[in-house]
Design a protein around this ligand. Structure first.
Ligand code: WQD
Length: 335
């Protein structure tokens, strides 16, 4: 029996594959390398001494997906494959819906044909839109503000309906807050496609002398220092959260959604300071106007993850920045 990991050479996928192998699971990775490359597989092997079975497959390609299920006994799926850039989703909404919704539907259809009823889905805190308050609980209203977030919410609606229509289904949607950092080996980490939109990969570029200064998008928010607050979570903590979620769906039927965050919020300026402590030198920044669509504050309630999965994040912002900087130093030009 194997666990199929779609998008398994991506940032969160590769870290989850390492933890799955460490936990003794037999895994199969499919990926189309839209956001990664085959060298990530080499790195997973270097960390774990196991080279996972791999198929270069696009989830939109039903015949290729069928081949994967035909050739393997797949017990459960962890589904990461998808486009993930908020800004890009605004420029190319149809491409995002086609890839993230039609592609996922193709996967769900093939799972059904092979009686594979167990799934962990990579969702996002972006489904909460502008939350009424923090910490954010899973029963808070959902409302998306960009096509990327909408594709995540549409998948959640589809998956909840699949469970309502078939009592044999076991599905968890995991709502990630802000994943950052890298595996402590420095062999895998976040490799942005082009100029990163997210804060920490951009800070890493400045530390790596690839950009001159960090752009701070707004310092007039109603927060302790005026800059935006987010719930940053170490990508290895997030990966371990998937192991806990997999154990849960292998033992429980039905649908649920769970936040994966730390429950702590850090401002942009606090993250810059943490990164300076990690790299050992000052990082230039410039206060600029707010980025459209940004919210002031966003951090998770971690209660349900603790109660349902017996999981909680362990690493602090210092370790997140240390591991991010270590990866950046070891891979100045990516993997
Ligand atoms: C964090 C804070 C910015 C960049 C996004 C997606 C979300 C999820 C995580 C996938 C904010 C500020 C940022 C910069 C800055 N991805 N910032 N300068 O927007 O919270 O979430 O990534 O699921 O879906 O929306 O993350 O890192 O872009 O921003 O000042 O160059 O940093 O204003 O306060 P965000 P982010």
């Amino acid at each position: 029996m194997s666990i199929l990991v779609t998008g398994g050479t991506g940032y969160i996928g590769s870290h989850t594959c390492v933890e799955l192998i460490n936990a003794g699971y037999d895994i199969i990775i499919i990926d189309n390398f839209y956001n990664s490359n085959i060298r990530v597989l080499d790195r997973i092997e270097k960390i774990t001494n196991i080279r996972p079975k791999f198929y270069e497959v696009d989830i939109l390609d039903k015949d290729s997906l069928d081949k994967v299920f035909k050739e393997n006994d797949i017990q459960a799926v962890i589904h990461f494959a998808g486009y993930k850039a908020v800004g890009e989703s605004v420029e190319k909404p149809l491409a995002y819906y086609h890839n993230n919704v039609t592609g996922s539907l193709t996967l769900y259809e093939v799972m059904k044909e092979y009686n594979c009823n167990t799934l962990v889905f990579s969702s996002s805190a972006t489904v909460y839109g502008s939350p009424k308050s923090c910490p954010i609980y899973e029963d808070f209203p959902v409302s998306t503000t960009n096509p990327y977030g909408s594709t995540k919410l549409v998948n959640e609606i589809i998956l909840e309906d699949l469970c309502k229509c078939d009592e044999n289904m076991s599905i968890l949607s995991l709502r990630y807050f802000n994943p950052i950092g890298a595996h402590e080996s420095g062999l895998i980490g976040e490799v942005p496609n082009g100029i990163p939109n997210n804060l920490v990969p951009y800070i890493a570029r400045v530390a790596n002398k690839q950009s001159e200064y960090v752009r701070v998008f707004g310092n007039d928010y109603p927060t302790r220092d005026g800059t935006g607050i987010r719930d940053y979570i170490h990508v290895v903590d997030l990966a371990k959260g998937h192991i806990a979620a997999l154990k849960y769906v292998l033992e429980h039927k039905g649908y649920d959604k769970i936040n994966l965050g730390t429950g702590n919020g850090y401002t942009v300026l606090e993250v810059i300071k943490a990164y300076e402590e990690a790299c050992g030198f000052e990082l230039a920044y410039e206060i600029q106007g707010r980025r459209s669509g940004d919210i002031a504050e966003c951090y998770a309630s971690t209660k349900k993850a603790k109660e349902l999965l017996d999981w909680e994040a362990k690493y602090d912002i210092k370790k997140m920045c240390q591991d991010s900087w270590n990866f950046t130093k070891m891979n100045p030009d990516g993997i």
